[in-house]
Design a protein around this ligand. Sequence first.
Ligand code: ADP
Ligand code: MG
Length: 598
Amino acid sequence: MSWLTWARHVNLCRHMRLGGPTKHRTTRPLFSGLVLGAALLPAMLYAVVAWQDRISVLNQAGQNVRSTVRTFEEHARNVFETHKLVASLINDHIRGMSWREIADSDALHAYLADVVRDYPQIKSLWLIDPAGLIRNSSAVFPAPSVSVTDRDYFTALREHDTGLFIGQLVHGRVFTEDIFNVAQRRSSASGSFDGVVVVSALPSYFTNFWNAATRQPGVAAALVRREGAILARAPPADADTPPLAATSPLMRAIDTNDSGFYRGVSTIDGRDRIYAFQKISGFPVYVGHGISESGALRTWHDHLLVYGGFFAMGTLGLVLLALVAALRAGREAVALHHWRETAQQLNEEAERRAVVEGQLRQAQKMEALGQIASGIAHDFGNILYVIAGYLELLQRRAAPGDLELVTKALGAASRGRGAIRSILSFARRQPLSPEVFDLNAALSSMDSMLRQALGSRVGLEIVPTGAPCWITADRNQTELAILNVALNARDAMPSRGTLTVATKAMRLAGEPDGLAGDFAAVTVKDTGTGMPPEVLAKVFDPFFTTKVPGKGTGLGLSMVYGFTKQSHGAVTIESSAGRGTTVVLYLPLSASSGAIAR
Ligand code: ADP
Ligand code: MG
């Protein structure tokens, strides 16, 4: 490898180590992930918190319904206790009176009316004789002749004493308003049936309380008898409303428990409700209350808004942070990229300079060496010329015994002049006689001479280009240069090997050595020992040799170098230890040659 190719190789390696274009583009998905995460994480957290809150809001609503139902139960229990008390009070009041006395007593009517006035939950009071006729009341006096034998309380209490009987919701016989009757049996001293005391109760007393207690306009509550008859209901029911079916959720709940809690769809308005129910202690009556789930969830929706606000602000903050981080990181990546590019450019520039400086130094060194060598060679050349002249004179008149010595001296002088020519070649001071000739033809004429020089152990392959390769150069010097390179190859292949000499026409554009235009390249490639870089760096120096004295002069490649330069061409050498050597001679193609392979 020549120092030129070597420098280019180093340059390439550094280039690769720098890694070419940077990778800041690959960081982009990472940053979008970061921003997405900053947005998604709070959203997921929000969903979890919202769901938890929904559960707790619904639980809280359930607790509220239960406690409201407890209030309703307490209220209803008080009302029924009052009904019972009033019925007993009146029973006591009329004890000992005959039904005729009862029917005729104006004072009794006034008494009953007074009681009704004191108890707003009571609509009216009625005294019914064993035949089922109304005999006195709080409402009208004298009592109208109306029979109640068909009423549930009458038929039930006539059979036996059931305690306080709570009748179903009915249209009033005297007033049109819907009421339910709470009745108590009168028994004679002998225990036989002696009529009933009837308290007509107002369903509105319950519904008004429910509305007031819950402070809700659309309260859903009901007071029902054990078997499903509705006594009072909000929204209001009338006497024609059928009793609750046994399959209704409330009836099913009552079947198993005295109090409880369930969720279901209202049979009245079809809305999802959370219900609680409880038995009125001491009476076969239940109170139930439901709140709409959507109503309960309104609180939850309010929470959602508040939480949502916080989470949105948090998310916004996080996303902004992530964006800022991503932007900054992106900018840093771009800056790093630019920095790397700049560093790489600087590096390349520095390497280019180093290469050019190296070339310059080498050229200067060769120039200086050339000048010194040519000065010396010139003087020595003259001296050798004189010495050789005298030796030739001496040769003609030498005694036979001395002739051999003189001939040897003449041979040495001739070799000296060869060396002088090489030095002059290197210094580009060798007079050249350029001519146009076919390089391929010249090579084939060298074939046998080369084979002889290489010896039997080294094979020779000549690979000419297809067409004749016309060049303009000094033919003798060209052949001498090729021979010098071939001899070096032979020395590098002491045991065996192959030498390949190939020619090619090519167009150059600045490489190698600033050559531009059409050239013939003679590539001489061997399979020999090759050279380490420190040897390679000096091969063109005159007198540089690694060979033993007498074997090498160190002038072979110097001659090739000087000759190719002087012929407006160049020489390159590529080699590494153990991998053979390739020397390429570039010589200008003659203008008439059309042998360029494109
Ligand atoms: P010389 O052959 O007299 O030593 P050259 O100028 O021809 O001088 O070569 C200089 C040196 O370059 C050689 O001594 C050798 O070390 C090295 N050299 C040249 N050609 C080759 C080659 N083909 N293979 C290995 N080494 C080489
Ligand atoms: Mg040599």
